[in-house]
Design a protein around this ligand. Structure first.
Ligand SMILES: Nc1ncnc2c1ncn2[C@@H]1O[C@H](COP(=O)(O)OP(=O)(O)OP(=O)(O)O)[C@@H](O)[C@H]1O
Ligand SMILES: [Mg+2]
Length: 263
C-alpha cells in the first residue's frame, strides 16, 4: 500500500494548463514539500487533492482509496485536512470556537439531530466535553492559551496562521496540507512554525504536504521535494538532490547568472 499518491494528474482552466501529468508518492510520516514559482500550480494541486477542483485527468489515492470526484467534506472525513494560503477562519468567533468548528465532522449531535435530542441534554453535553478535551490538547500543543477566548479577527496575522493550523489539526488528520504556513511571518514566528510542524510530524505522526516559498525552511524540514513550474514537474528528490539540480535553480530563481555562480 502507498500512503498517498498522485498519478498523471492534469487540470486546465480554459486554455491555461495549470497542472500537466503530475506524478508523486508520499511515504507515511514524512514531510513532502511542493515548491515552484508563483503561478506554478501548487495551490491548484491542493485544491484537486481536497476536492475543491475536479481534475480533468488522473487519479489521487489516499491509503489506496480513490479520492478524486469526492466532495471536500467526504475527503476531510477520510483524514485529509488543510490550511489555506489566505487564512480561512471565522473572524468574529473565538479561537476556541474556531477549533470546535474544526471538529464538526465528528459531531453526532448535528443541528438536525440536535433538534430531536434537546430533551436529552446529557448526551449532547457529554459529546461536547469530549470535543472540548481534544481541542484543549491542540491549544496546549500550539501554545494558544492566551488567545483561547479572543476573537480571531483581532489577533495578529502570525497567531491567526497558528489558529488555522489548530483548526486543521482538530480534524485529527492523517494527512495535513499546509499552503504557505509561514507566509507573511517574521523570522521568530517562522521559527515557531517550523517547530510546530516538526512536532506535528513527530508527536502526532501526521504526514505533511507543504507548499512553502521560504527555501531555508523547505530544505531544513522536508524529507522529499517536488518542484513544479508552469504546471509541469521539473524534478523530485531529497533536499540535497533538488538543490543541486540546475534546472531547479533556473526555473525557481529565474536567474541565469546564479547558475553561473554555482557552476
Ligand atoms: N479557478 C481558476 N480559474 C482560472 N485559473 C485558475 C484557477 N485556479 C488557478 N488558476 C490558474 O492556475 C495557475 C496556477 O495557480 P496556483 O494558484 O495553483 O499557483 P501557485 O503555484 O499556488 O502560485 P502562488 O505561489 O502564487 O500561490 C495560475 O495561472 C492561476 O491563475
Ligand atoms: Mg498558491
Amino acid at each position: 500500500m502507498t500512503f498517498f499518491r498522485v498519478e498523471n494528474l492534469s487540470i486546465s482552466f480554459g486554455g491555461l494548463v495549470a497542472l500537466r501529468a503530475i506524478n508523486f508518492e508520499v511515504t507515511k510520516g514524512t514531510i513532502f514539500a511542493i515548491i515552484g514559482p508563483n503561478g506554478a500550480g501548487k495551490t491548484t494541486l491542493f485544491n484537486c487533492i481536497n476536492g475543491i477542483y475536479h481534475p480533468d485527468q488522473g487519479s489521487i489515492f489516499f491509503k489506496d482509496q480513490a479520492v478524486q470526484g469526492r466532495k471536500p467534506d467526504r475527503i476531510a472525513r477520510l483524514g485529509i485536512a488543510r490550511t489555506f494560503q489566505n487564512i480561512e477562519l471565522f473572524s468574529n468567533m473565538s479561537t476556541m470556537e474556531n477549533l470546535m468548528l474544526g471538529r464538526h465532522i465528528f459531531m453526532k449531535t448535528g443541528l438536525f439531530r440536535g433538534a430531536f435530542l434537546w430533551g436529552r441534554r446529557s448526551f449532547a453535553g457529554r459529546e461536547e466535553v469530549t470535543h472540548r478535551e481534544k481541542v484543549e490538547k491542540i491549544i496546549d500543543l500550539l501554545d494558544l492559551q492566551a488567545v483561547r477566548n479572543k476573537f480571531v479577527g483581532a489577533l495578529p496575522y502570525g497567531i491567526q496562521k497558528q489558529v488555522e493550523l489548530g483548526r486543521a489539526l482538530a480534524l485529527e488528520p492523517e494527512l495535513l496540507l499546509l499552503d504557505e504556513p509561514s507566509a507573511g511571518m517574521n523570522s521568530e514566528e517562522k521559527q515557531d512554525m517550523i517547530f510546530w510542524i516538526k512536532d506535528i510530524q513527530d508527536e502526532l505522526g501526521v504526514t505533511i504536504l507543504l507548499i512553502e516559498h521560504d527555501m531555508k525552511m523547505v530544505m531544513d524540514i522536508s524529507d522529499r521535494i517536488l518542484v513544479i513550474n508552469f504546471g509541469s514537474s521539473i524534478t523530485e528528490g531529497t533536499p540535497d538532490e533538488v538543490q543541486k539540480n540546475p534546472e531547479v535553480l533556473k526555473a525557481y530563481l529565474g536567474e541565469d547568472d546564479i547558475l553561473g555562480d554555482v557552476a
